[in-house]
Design a protein around this ligand. Sequence first.
Ligand SMILES: Cc1cc2nc3c(=O)[nH]c(=O)nc-3n(C[C@H](O)[C@H](O)[C@H](O)COP(=O)(O)OP(=O)(O)OC[C@H]3O[C@@H](n4cnc5c(N)ncnc54)[C@H](O)[C@@H]3O)c2cc1C
Length: 602
Amino acid sequence: MAEYQTHDYDVLVIGAGGAGLRAAIEASSNGMRVGVITKSLLGKAHTVMAEGGIAAALSNVDERDNWKVHFSDTMRGGQYLNNWRMAELHAREAPERVRELEAWGALFDRTKDGRILQRNFGGHRYPRLAHVGDRTGLEMIRTLQDHGIHMGMEVHMECTVLTLLKDDGRIAGAFGYERERGRFLLFRARAVVLATGGIGRAYKITSNSWEYTGDGHALAYEAGASLIDMEFVQFHPTGMIWPPSVRGILVTEGVRGEGGVLKNKEGRRFLFDDIPENYRAQTADNEEEGWRYTQGDRNARRPPELLTRDHVARCIVREVREGRGSPHGGVFLDIAWIKSRLPDGAAHIRRKLPSMYHQFKQLADIDITEQQMEVGPTTHYVMGGVRVDADTQMSDVPGLFAAGECAGGLHGANRLGGNSLSDLLVFGKRAGEYAARFAKENGEVSANPDQIEEAARRALEPFGREGENPYHVQHDLQELMQDQVGIVRREEDMQRALDGLHALKQRACRVAVAGNREYNGGWHTALDLRNLLTVSEIITRAALERKESRGAQFREDYPSKNEEAGRSTIPVRKQPSGEMLVTRQPLKEMPVELQQVIAEMK
Ligand SMILES: Cc1cc2nc3c(=O)[nH]c(=O)nc-3n(C[C@H](O)[C@H](O)[C@H](O)COP(=O)(O)OP(=O)(O)OC[C@H]3O[C@@H](n4cnc5c(N)ncnc54)[C@H](O)[C@@H]3O)c2cc1C
């Protein structure tokens, strides 16, 4: 019999990033006993790394902005595959959520008259990102965790959930282990909110940290929930390229928002060569106009460097493939040039982009006020996630909610920068509110002892057997996904990837770990592998099913959009037989009022 400690909550939140903390605050304020679990330390979630800002139509810098423009920008960016109801709620509620954060103590950069300052970002028509230099995530998480602790949430740090528990079809809690001692833990709860972030560690080059192994996605899938939009993995166009030890680390879009430009090795701003038709009317057709836009000229149009991430990333890949890349296989990002326009340019760069300045100085010995940066695409974000009800955030499994990066729907085929932090606030709050309501309205549940025994047995399998090192399997998986299911995709590559994933699964079943259960990194990697393999297969199967190029999915064998495919999402779920079922689901018709909003903004 497995030994474990037991904790009882009304609402259990898995993940202590922005979405999890906001959900915990809301559930606590509804009188619930709330437990929060995090794989690392409180304050270290992905959210803390966010640099550029929170998108919300506060209209502090440009009064033409409002929720309708934000809604329309989000839908256009997502290539109209977004769940329109989520996009509407997000655009309407984001300003209130940001003001609330301010009331809880967040210190934002300010306009001259003391309001929250907003900056330009890719795909947003007006300056919209509330920010704190380039350390917005740090301020957000600091504020949320302080507030959450005061509201009474209990935090379990360095605990990893291995499986969700169910009672007669309803969610009943979660079972996991703590890193420090390797002991098992049982959490009983009437409602569970998944807020576990992304999947970036399925790829070799990524801006994501070690925690982002798709756990929430895989946990939900195993529990019977559907995942949608999983083919849409965002490759952020500007990750660091050099030196190899820092390859993939993010260079915020804020650099381009402040006037930074992208050039190929010939010094040409290649993005002017390829402006998509649906953005042509809003995009500057000369460098002078683009510069004026970044300096707040309301009559100027945005420079093409601020087009959506999917497009910019693909243009970079094209430059490199056609031999016009930088020495280490990327392109050049130049912010130093603004000194020719601004007398205090160097000081301005250091003030507006302090983390970027230090990142390049310390990691690559480059002074960005003097030199160009070498950048290239990096796996950054997954648009896909658990399918949820737009208003309540509940998944297909009663009592199981999801919010933030691990939930799907809001961003469609491509996320706009800044729309994640606002997503966490808007839908974190909603998930917490409706999870609390569910817990109040539904009686006690009991955890199934057989399910717990089985989870404990499986977790301990890698001990005491001969086998492969789990890091080797993880390494090969990351290579496979990078090469065969990356930015540019083809049927034959992805079919080979499925065979490769099958072989990796067999290897993962035989990995072995040495030592004991205390702080055993090898063991934790062995356990993460299951989730990484599950999400990798889901991504690959969904990408095969979508036979078109749209947003973040670029199929070399189907390079155009397909109107019919563009009207459906691709839900993936586990069948009772254990098989992965990939289907198509037509999008719900958008109400006429919202269609009008989009038409007006075109
Ligand atoms: C460098 C960088 C810069 C970014 N900049 C911006 C920006 O400026 N604006 C913007 O909108 N977005 C930005 N993003 C994206 C944004 O930061 C993330 O999408 C967002 O923070 C995700 O928040 P989340 O709450 O969903 O999850 P996270 O913040 O990723 O938190 C996930 C939590 O789940 C926990 N967890 C995971 N698995 C388990 C498990 N099995 N058991 C227990 N706990 C688990 C983790 O430990 C963590 O606490 C950026 C991302 C990066 C990497």
